[in-house]
Ligand binder design. Structure first.
Ligand code: NI
Length: 226
């Protein structure tokens, strides 16, 4: 399931992030890639010791915390600190790959990557190519969002970023352990929650709306780990 969220960052946050990213020194994207991904990965990434990385991470995580749609779509249990990457004509693409299932958490232990997220920080007209292409059971989807928009997709999917042939594409990406591990169950809960939101707006808290809300929570209780 792919879910896109618009305007995850406010225009002011987006502008601030872009200034900080332009002032940063970028490293090879291979710093966080496993052996298979390292062969496929041809981009740049902000290194862990980058001066502005803590500010950038805080800015993105804060934006996610206030985003109700992100929370209902991802049902986040643990969110790993976001990474920032850049593609241009010299370091232009990331071939088909799978993301690692388990990632080290900064404070020790591991986080299981259930949901991958890409937050676009460049406008589509600033570059050619650079489509995030994701394979799912319905085929392959090319995604290019407005700056400030985010796509969520199952971390289990095979995906790539097609070569950037003009300009520069800057993005933020991150991995989330969801309370609901199974992508099909997450999708059902998301669809139910979205339908309930509409029903509640149309009808108010009628008896059936209250009972269906109970069904949502009982499914979540059945499927969630904590
Ligand atoms: Ni990836």
């Amino acid at each position: 399931m792919l879910i896109t969220l618009e305007d995850v960052l406010t225009p002011a946050e987006l502008a601030q992030a872009r200034v900080l990213l332009d002032r940063s020194t970028w490293a090879s994207g291979r710093i966080t890639a496993g052996p298979q991904a390292a062969v496929a990965k041809h981009n740049r990434q902000l290194p862990e010791d980058a001066e502005h990385l803590p500010t950038l991470r805080h800015l993105v995580l804060q934006a996610l915390q206030r985003n109700a749609l992100f929370i209902t779509a991802a049902l986040p249990l643990k969110v790993l600190p976001p990474f920032f990457n850049r593609y241009d004509e010299e370091a232009s693409h990331y071939d088909w790959h799978a993301d690692n299932a388990m990632r080290q958490a900064p404070g020790g232990g591991h986080v299981r990557a259930d949901v991958s997220a890409t937050l676009f920080l460049s406008e589509p007209e600033e570059y050619d190519g650079g489509e995030l292409t994701i394979e799912d059971t319905f085929g392959s989807h090319g995604i290019k969002l407005r700056a400030g928009g985010m796509v969520l997709y199952p971390a289990s999917s095979i995906h790539r970023v097609t070569p950037v042939t003009r300009g520069r594409r800057t993005a933020c990406f991150m991995f989330i352990q969801s309370m609901v591990r199974d992508p099909g169950q997450r999708r059902l809960l998301f669809d139910l929650d979205m339908a309930l939101l509409e029903l509640r707006a149309q009808l108010g808290e009628t008896g059936p709306v209250v009972r269906l809300t109970g069904v949502y929570h009982n499914l979540l209780r059945r499927w969630a780990d904590s």
